[in-house]
Design a protein around this ligand. Structure first.
Ligand SMILES: Nc1ncnc2c1ncn2[C@@H]1O[C@H](COP(=O)(O)OP(=O)(O)OP(=O)(O)O)[C@@H](O)[C@H]1O
Ligand SMILES: [Mg+2]
Length: 456
């Protein structure tokens, strides 16, 4: 792949990107004052900052600095066959680091993200990734292994997440749906990741929480990725930071959109949207749906607190195989997260506390287990083990799909139970939806804000 021509990164740092505390005070380079404190993005990205990227080396000691040549080598010259996908930052390629690349770096698969020099993001987003992920390590944040900063080239090297992003897994057209317990596990994992960010000594506001930024490993462990829009939260007496509105349509909190005031509670709102997507199997914005249904929050929020209506909005692809009590509690939690009043939303650590016990609930109308035969897409089998009660056991019916009497390895074995009362959509599998196109850029357009000026 040819890396395109780059222009000065300062063009990518319009003033609006630099968050301002609600009452401006003297600028403090916390990292210089106290080495125990994390280096802030503003310590280095502010045009007047005395710090440069090379000053980062002490704070970012865990990161490897790769040469472009090394990254070409591990991605087979950014071969098409290694292409994993592309977002606003640029294309992402799979690579493999072997034992010989450099001492101290173990052999492993990686994902290499290349800044598209003609794209909507730039040096600022690259720098945010390096500064935040270079200093913050947690099992539910994607691990940044290193970066490349050579001439105009900006690349990032992450641990490879074998199942890609949650958006593709949750809304895929073919293959088995994500089971209920896997959805809960993902929600809990990402909630822990956000709680960690919010509870840092210098809190971090993530600002772009959405399904495409949640990556999954083989065992469906979820990790938050993409720190390009992350920013330092308010410090001391401050209640919020004021920034230009950035994020993704359908996920951003209403008060942030209307005032530009950003708090950790804005992330809680976005988490509520993702939780709602996990419950309903619908996208946060789906322009192909009629009227109010286009916007998931607008459509679903009024129905979340009514247990009779809840069954009707749960993802039909779950075919009723979820804990009723768990769904009610998760829906009530989503309702709280989606409150229009930031102060009424729970903190992320209280979200974790509410969700964790739901994994133990066994009122799932399902046989002793569901075994989904591995396919090309899902190389690992998914096994969900639940102990049914007596009457469920009797009614339990197993359907094994066969191909001409022979077992078809590519088809699924489905353990199925009779209809759940009142679950209107149980056996109706939605027709494949066309992918709604939404991106950060769409939001800027929707809001008509002139504060952020993407290159196009
Ligand atoms: N560490 C990783 N391991 C495996 N796949 C990855 C990794 N990081 C990114 N990807 C894949 O690369 C693709 C592009 O990801 P990227 O985060 O750049 O864009 P996006 O999240 O789809 O869009 P946006 O710009 O709105 O954030 C996605 O399909 C994602 O799943
Ligand atoms: Mg992303």
């Amino acid at each position: 792949m040819t890396l395109k021509k780059y222009f000065s990164w300062k063009h990518m740092l319009p003033n609006c990107i630099k968050p301002q505390n609600s009452s401006p005070g003297p600028k403090v380079h916390a990292a210089k004052q106290s080495p125990s404190l994390r280096l802030s993005l503003s310590d280095i990205s502010h045009p007047g900052s005395p710090l440069s990227l090379s000053d980062l080396s002490n704070s970012l000691m865990s990161l490897h600095i790769f040469t472009l040549k090394e990254l070409e080598l591990i991605t087979n010259k950014f071969a098409k066959s290694n292409f994993l996908g592309e977002g606003g930052f640029g294309p992402v390629y799979k690579g493999f680091i072997d034992d010989n690349l450099r001492p101290g770096l173990k052999a492993q698969s990686v994902a290499v993200k290349v800044l598209d020099l003609d794209g909507t993001q730039g040096h600022r987003e690259w720098l945010a990734e390096v500064i935040f992920l270079g200093q913050l390590k947690h099992p539910h944040l994607v691990n940044l292994i290193g970066y490349c900063y050579e001439d105009e080239h900006r690349l990032l090297v992450y641990e490879y997440m074998a199942r890609g992003n949650l958006e593709n897994q949750l809304f895929k057209r073919y293959g088995p749906p994500l089971p209920w317990l896997t959805r809960l596990k993902i929600a809990i994992g990402t909630a822990k990741g956000l709680a960690f960010l919010h509870e840092e000594q210098k809190p971090v506001i993530y600002r772009d929480f959405k399904t495409s930024n949640i990556l999954l490993d083989l065992a469906y462990n979820a990790k938050v990725s993409d720190f390009g829009l992350a920013t330092d939260g308010p410090e001391g007496e401050e209640t919020h930071v004021t920034t230009c509105v950035m994020g993704t349509e359908g996920y951003a909190a209403p008060e942030y959109i209307s005032t530009g005031h950003l708090t950790t509670m804005s992330d809680v709102f976005s988490f509520g949207v993702v939780l709602l997507e996990l419950l309903t199997g619908r996208r946060s914005v789906d322009k192909t749906r009629p009227g109010r249904e286009k916007n998931l929050v607008e459509w679903a929020r009024p129905l979340l607190k009514d247990p009779y209506k809840l069954d009707g909005i749960m993802d039909p692809r779950l075919e009723g195989q979820y804990s009723t009590e768990g769904a009610r509690k998760a829906a009530a939690l989503a309702y709280q997260c989606l409150s229009n009043h930031p102060k009424s939303r729970p903190t992320m650590s209280s979200v974790v506390k509410t969700l964790k016990p739901l994994l133990e609930l066994t009122d799932i109308p399902i046989g002793p287990f569901v075994y989904i035969v591995p396919t090309q897409e899902n190389s690992e089998p998914i096994i969900q083990k639940i102990v049914p009660n007596d009457h469920q056991e009797k009614e339990f019916e197993v359907k094994i799909e066969r191909n001409g009497g022979k077992k078809d390895e590519k088809k699924e074995k489905i353990a199925r139970l009779p209809r759940r009362k009142g679950h209107r959509h149980r056996n109706r599998v939605q027709p494949a939806r066309s992918r709604a196109i939404y991106s950060d850029t769409d939001l800027y357009r929707t809001l008509g804000t002139k504060l952020y000026s993407p290159k196009h």
